[in-house]
Design a protein around this ligand. Structure first.
Ligand code: FAD
Length: 415
């Protein structure tokens, strides 16, 4: 069957960011602050992605586990934004910058308030935002994306840009543009939120609003596949059938779990409004970040990061894990960064996802100014610009421990 339709062209921006999760928001802010016009396309009606719509509400550790903050840049700014108007579980030592002796730098936040605050931020930075708008396809000529087709209430439309950031978490843009990608696999996990008499009592005792919510689970598999039901398939999440099966299978388990609860004493208050996949599709980039990169300095580092699950471990994320030579004007970010195994786990959580987004936005601006393909931007200039915006590019060797505290982690089996 041949379909014909008129697709209207609706404008041209310097940078188009696909996906409004934390990585996309960071990319948009960083591109806008570098003086570029930016449009951000988000398929849901809220900003934040998994970190808000997915009901994940925890900035995992941004420190080395010994009192030193490692992750700064836009991540530090977004962390502060997350509690600008609401509560945070972060302790006062980290918050106010006085000496931290114990405990890692983690913070729970309110997904809803964080999401609203990100809208305010994008408005302040002059980013054009299209919500409830899906990036549908890419028009590519000679290794260069000319524009993308979006679908919204206005129908199907064509948007042009000079540079493109894939922050969809699913590498939708990279895949549609023909850039090499790789698939992952997911264990059976589903978390919703509810309240009951006990949690309300807990709230009254603690005076902390977040203690009022309890996790209500469908699948309960953890990061490493523990609790993944025997014989159940692994889900990839790149077809409508697989996505729907993953969500509805989980929802039916959740329903079973709440059947029989007393409706006068329990309410299921919120369901995630996007699939809670950890990994779907990611870039197969010029470099692939792995856990073996621990303690190695990278000439093309775009940020130093720590390990959310293990004290001491430090890494540098190579610029080459965001790009693919030959694809001139598209860059990856967030959980579609080119990475594998436990290394992927380290780089895709909220703090590093924000930093890769920040680097992607800045690299786009630099590529436009220097009239170079994105994979050929001058790394030293990019690093200098990121440093100017509070990103730590190389970790301090003095922080490498003499003796390793935590054992290396098992591969998560996601790939
Ligand atoms: C069960 C689970 C628990 C986790 N726990 C934690 C935790 O405690 N702490 C932590 O730091 N991290 C945790 N993570 C990981 C973390 O939440 C994510 O890796 C991180 O938020 C990814 O951010 P992102 O911006 O790269 O992608 P996403 O959050 O996936 O954002 C992508 C955005 O793009 C949009 N989008 C997708 N496709 C399109 C399209 N075609 N057109 C337009 N828009 C599109 C989506 O709607 C979404 O808003 C967890 C993840 C899962 C699944």
């Amino acid at each position: 069957m041949i379909f014909t339709e008129n697709i209207k062209e609706v404008g041209e921006w310097d940078i188009l960011v696909a996906g409004g999760g934390v990585a996309g928001v960071a990319a948009a802010v960083s591109g806008a602050r570098a003086g570029k016009s930016v449009v951000l396309i988000e398929k849901t009606v809220n900003l934040g992605g998994l970190a808000t719509n997915g009901l994940i509400n925890l900035f995992v550790p941004m420190c080395n586990g010994r009192g030193t903050q490692i992750i700064f840049g836009l991540c530090d700014e977004l962390l502060k934004l997350s509690y600008k108007y609401g509560w945070t579980s972060m302790n006062d030592s980290w918050k106010n910058g006085y000496e931290v002796k114990n405990g890692r730098m983690v913070a729970h936040y309110s997904p809803a308030i964080f999401s609203l605050a990100m809208v305010e931020l994008l408005r302040k930075e002059g980013v054009t935002l299209y919500l409830d708008t899906v990036l549908d396809n890419a028009v590519v000529n000679n290794g260069k994306i000319d524009g993308v087709i979006i679908t919204s209430k206005s129908g199907r439309e064509y948007i042009k840009a000079k540079m493109f950031v894939d922050a969809t978490g699913d590498a939708d843009l990279l895949y549609r543009a023909g850039v090499p990608t790789a698939d992952g696999k997911n264990y059976f996990t589903y978390a919703a939120k509810g309240i009951n008499k006990d949690t309300v009592k807990r709230y009254i005792e603690t005076n902390k609003m977040h203690t009022m919510y309890r996790n209500c689970m469908g699948g309960t598999a953890n990061l490493y596949g523990g609790n993944h039901p025997e014989g159940r398939k692994f889900y990839v999440g790149v077809t409508k059938e697989d996505v729907t099966e993953y969500i509805t299978d989980n929802q039916m388990v959740l329903l079973e779990n709440i059947k029989g609860m007393n409706p006068d004493e329990f309410d299921l208050t919120v369901l995630p409004s996007m699939p809670q996949f950890r990994t779907t599709r990611r870039l197969d980039g010029d470099a692939t970040f792995t856990v073996d990169d621990a303690y190695k300095h990278k000439d093309d580092s775009i940020c130093a990061i720590c390990d959310f699950d293990r004290k001491d471990y430090l890494y540098e994320v190579p610029f080459a894990s965001l790009v693919k030579t030959g694809y001139k004007n598209v860059i990856s970010s967030g959980r579609c960064t080119s990475a594998i195994g436990y290394g992927w786990d380290v780089v895709r959580v909220i703090p590093p996802a924000i930093l890769t987004g920040q680097a992607a936005g800045e690299a786009c601006a630099l590529a436009i100014e220097s009239n170079k393909p994105i994979y050929a931007v001058d790394i030293k200039t990019l690093q200098a610009r990121l440093e100017k915006n509070n990103v730590i590019i190389h970790f301090d060797d003095a922080l490498i421990p003499k003796e390793q505290a935590d054992e290396p982690k098992e591969d998560n089996g996601h790939f």
